[in-house]
Design a protein around this ligand. Structure first.
Ligand SMILES: Nc1nc2c(ncn2[C@@H]2O[C@H](COP(=O)(O)OP(=O)(O)OP(=O)(O)O)[C@@H](O)[C@H]2O)c(=O)[nH]1
Ligand SMILES: [Mg+2]
Length: 424
């Protein structure tokens, strides 16, 4: 079946840790700090690719992780940053935050890119922590964690023209003779199971034509292939409704026409008002008198009608010329605007993102930022510990702990680290 929505998890790479290293030189017993910085973790970037027509590639693999940056090295060598991870999606993919259901983006344009999870910055090497009073910092920063997100991808194809009609009327045949697309064509209903796109080049106009699976009565309620693809006709600028009058009479051909109208309006009222050209197909085998009768009936309803034979290409050029004329005048397909712009998480935001819980005898600090700080502190080293103490004060954690009721002698827990708080 057509694979057009999926939930995936993405994780950007972590930053590499900064290095703790000291220069080793002949005759210099204690060289200065020369620990290099860690490399940046890879970003996860979504990119629109015309190679993709479905979300099929996400069918089995649902978790995508960019590589982490490498650790810093001695001699002030920085760790290598990781490559970004690109995930390809078809044009018309809506990206939602799966947790909040918020629309993040509508990726519509070829090669459009969206940075969806930012790689962690590399940690600073110990050479950054040298001060006049601290000649030999025995600590460095750990790399920041890469962002993680759960995303819901939903494809709503974007095309200029949608081919609609009953199954087996010749929609795919029409697409195959006006574009380079090679849809499956066969003499039975529901040959086409997923929308197929093709590009029509006519004169100076070029437009995208979407061949849809056949519609039947009840499609709007899910009968046949139902809703699954009906949503893909939403984002078209106009329709070509294909009719098959062969082996048919006036009443049933008109019914064929009317049923599609009913399904369109049931699915979404305004679809019936979308510009539409009617193509009566298979005139090479249909009864000429019947065809003429249907044509005048539909023209009386105000439709523009073409009598074609997709197989022998009869009148197909005329139909396409008219379609191109419509297309050059019709407004663009609507692209959804996200409610708010995507925000890259900054370190600032991360710093303020903590909670303090009293669990048992501990004041437990829950915070990615502070857990990272803890990982980078060498508690056996006076300078390193002193640096940590000042950081707690400066970044407002000390005040927050006091506000939470912390008193002299209480125990604090951050990540795996537990320590007793001693006022001095
Ligand atoms: N004689 C004749 N046969 C045609 C013409 N156009 C299409 N056909 C035949 O009609 C049958 C169905 O054609 P398709 O193009 O697969 O029809 P479809 O509307 O895409 O069908 P679904 O994908 O099932 O909805 C095939 O056997 C085609 O060869 C035509 O102009 N004349
Ligand atoms: Mg088909």
């Amino acid at each position: 079946m057509f694979f057009d929505h999926v939930t995936i998890e993405v994780k950007a790479g972590d930053g590499g840790d900064g290095a703790v290293s000291f220069r080793r030189e002949k005759f210099v017993p204690e060289g200065g700090p020369d620990g290099g910085d860690g490399g940046k973790g890879g970003d996860v970037i979504l990119r629109v690719s015309e190679r993709a027509n479905t979300l099929q590639q996400y069918r089995y693999q649902r978790k995508f992780t960019a590589n982490s940056g490498e650790k810093g090295l001695g001699k002030l060598c920085s760790g290598k940053s990781a490559e970004n991870l690109y995930l390809e999606v078809p044009a018309g993919t809506l990206i939602y935050d799966a947790e909040t259901n918020e629309l993040i983006a509508d990726l519509a344009k070829e090669n459009q890119e969206l940075l969806i999870a930012k790689g962690g910055q590399g940690g600073l090497g110990n050479n950054h922590f040298k001060t006049s009073t601290r000649q030999a910092p025995r600590f460095a920063r750990a790399g920041a964690k890469g962002e993680e997100r759960t995303l819901r991808l939903e494809l709503k194809l974007i095309a200029d023209v949608g081919l609609i009609g009953f199954p087996n009327v010749g929609k795919s045949t029409l697409l195959s003779v006006v574009t380079a697309a090679k849809p499956k064509i066969a003499n039975y209903p529901f040959t086409t199971l997923a929308p197929q796109l093709g590009v029509v080049n006519y004169d100076t106009v070029s437009f995208v034509m979407a061949d849809m699976p056949g519609l039947i009565e009840g499609a709007s309620e899910g009968v046949g292939l139902g809703h699954d693809f009906l949503r893909h006709i939403e984002r078209t600028r106009m329709f070509i409704q294909v009719l098959d009058p062969s082996f048919s009479d006036f009443e049933s051909t008109m019914e064929q026409f009317n049923l599609i109208e009913v399904e369109l309006s049931k699915y979404q009222m305004d679809l019936v008002d979308r510009p539409r050209i009617v193509a009566i197909n298979k005139i090479d085998i249909a009864d000429a008198e019947l065809v003429a009768q249907v044509k005048s009936e539909l023209e009386a309803k105000g439709f523009e009608v073409f009598l074609i034979s997709a197989v022998s290409k009869k009148n197909v050029a005329k139909l396409i010329a008219k379609t191109a004329e419509y297309i050059s005048e019709l407004p663009e397909v609507e692209i959804f605007e996200p409610e708010k712009q995507i925000q890259a998480a900054t370190d600032k935001r991360e710093e303020n993102d903590f909670s303090i819980e009293l669990s048992g005898d501990y004041f437990e600090v829950k915070s990615e930022y502070w857990e990272r700080v803890i990982r980078s502190i060498n508690f056996d080293d006076y300078d390193s510990f002193h640096y940590f103490q000042r950081l707690i004060k400066r970044k407002g954690l000390e005040k927050a702990l006091y506000d939470a009721g912390l008193e002299d002698g209480d125990w604090v827990k951050i990540g795996k680290m537990e320590f007793q708080w001693l006022d001095n």
